[in-house]
Write a protein that binds this ligand. Structure first.
Ligand code: FAD
Length: 353
């Protein structure tokens, strides 16, 4: 991948996001990314927020929603080939949009779809990609590591931050010599803006044409994972248990029911086979941001905290007063959860009765 010239780089403008939809419904990450793009665009000179919507028979409700969440423009590629996600037609569509419209920044959600699509597209348009980012900023990027350029800085670069080495450190990565600057972004990390009711975006219809080739797969059947478990990323109150709870989560389920919350857990609980992976909070689980997060019998390892520290109120219950969870907790109760949790549940039931 050779470096682009200054003149080539100057042709790339605006902050683009891949507006993921499944079954013609926008995924939450699409709106998180348009929201984040408004913050980034404000730091750049005269930059617009552009959503790229790929699919088949897409309704105007999707473009309206994207506009309400900050998109100034929506590029729509509507083709039967894009009905269900497939690597090749989606890669062709997004790479073609990039080659045609030249975005300065291209953000994709780090969902199952985005983790497949993002790297394929970045390879096809010959640029870099930082995967699984948790923070994006516009700033100066020093070239001190490049011999002969030690004193130089590149200005207004996308600085992409992600955990590295198993979460023990964080790395900030830039892509100064190629465009677009591409990142996949963890769902649940970027906060949605207040929607602007009735906002309208310019709609551009674009279709690069699709020719089936050997990389097209045939989808024979789609089997949906039917689950009656609430997505913990949508819950306003999470009652989260760790290894200290043990296999039996009844006490936490009773507390969750009394307070209208949902049960989640640490990785130790998933690794022990006590709860499914869907409920895991943390670096290799889900990033959550509820109004209230109960951390019960959870030590507060860095990888767990990475997934819940943005919660509005954190309440920790742990018998070890030195447990690191108390460093991030707003309220802490030191003691045996088997005594404290039932009392808490009783008090809450009495208060709402
Ligand atoms: P423990 O660390 O064993 O803590 C149990 C706590 O319960 C202790 O603090 C103890 O004092 C307390 N306790 C015990 N009995 C009681 C009682 N009766 N009353 C009150 N308190 C009690 N972890 C995650 O959670 N999510 C992740 O996504 C994640 N990703 C990881 C990724 C990598 C690459 C690595 C290396 C690790 C990851 N981990 C993750 C694991 C993480 O490092 C910890 O091992 C894990 O979070 C510990 O889970 P825990 O707090 O439930 O258990």
């Amino acid at each position: 991948m050779g470096a682009m010239t200054k003149e080539q780089i100057a042709q790339y403008k605006d902050v683009y996001v891949f507006a993921q939809q499944v079954d013609n419904e926008l995924s939450g990450i699409a709106l998180e990314l348009t929201s984040e793009a408004t913050r980034l665009a404000a730091e750049l000179d005269d930059a617009k927020v552009v959503a790229v919507l790929l699919g088949s028979d897409l309704g105007s409700d999707l473009t309206d929603q994207l506009a309400e969440y900050g998109a100034d423009r929506v590029i729509v590629v509507d083709d039967p080939m894009l009905k269900d996600y497939m690597t090749e037609p989606y890669t062709h569509a997004l790479a073609s949009v990039i080659n045609e419209f030249k975005p300065e920044i291209m953000l994709v959600g780090a969902t199952a779809i985005g983790r497949d699509l993002g790297p394929c597209v970045s390879a096809r348009v010959a640029t870099g990609l930082t995967a699984d980012c948790t923070l994006l900023e516009i700033g100066d990027f020093p070239l001190k590591a490049i011999p002969g350029k030690e004193a130089e800085q590149k200005h207004k670069q996308l600085l992409m931050t992600r955990p590295a080495f198993g979460g023990n450190t964080i790395a900030t990565i830039a892509c100064p010599d190629n465009r677009p600057q591409m990142a996949t972004v963890r769902p649940g990390v970027m906060q949605k803006i207040e929607p602007k009711k009735g906002a309208q975006a310019d709609i551009i219809k674009f279709n690069p044409g699709f020719e089936k080739n050997a990389k097209y797969v045939e989808i024979q059947e789609i089997v949906k994972n039917v689950s009656d478990v609430v997505d913990i990323m949508d819950a306003k109150i999470l009652v989260s248990g760790g290894r200290g709870v043990g296999e039996d989560f009844t006490l936490l389920e009773e507390l969750a029911e009394a307070i209208g919350g949902t049960v989640s857990c640490s990785r130790a609980v998933v690794d022990s086979g006590w709860k499914p992976k869907d409920l895991q909070v943390g670096q290799t689980g889900k990033t959550v941001r509820p109004n209230v997060y109960f951390a019960i019998g959870i030590s507060g390892a860095i990888q767990h905290v990475a997934g819940m520290e943005e919660s509005d109120i954190i309440i920790a219950i742990n018998k070890d007063e030195d447990a690191p969870i108390f460093d991030v907790a707003d309220y802490g109760i030191v003691g045996d959860l088997n005594k404290i949790v039932p009392q808490l549940t009783e008090q809450i039931k009495a208060a709402v009765a």
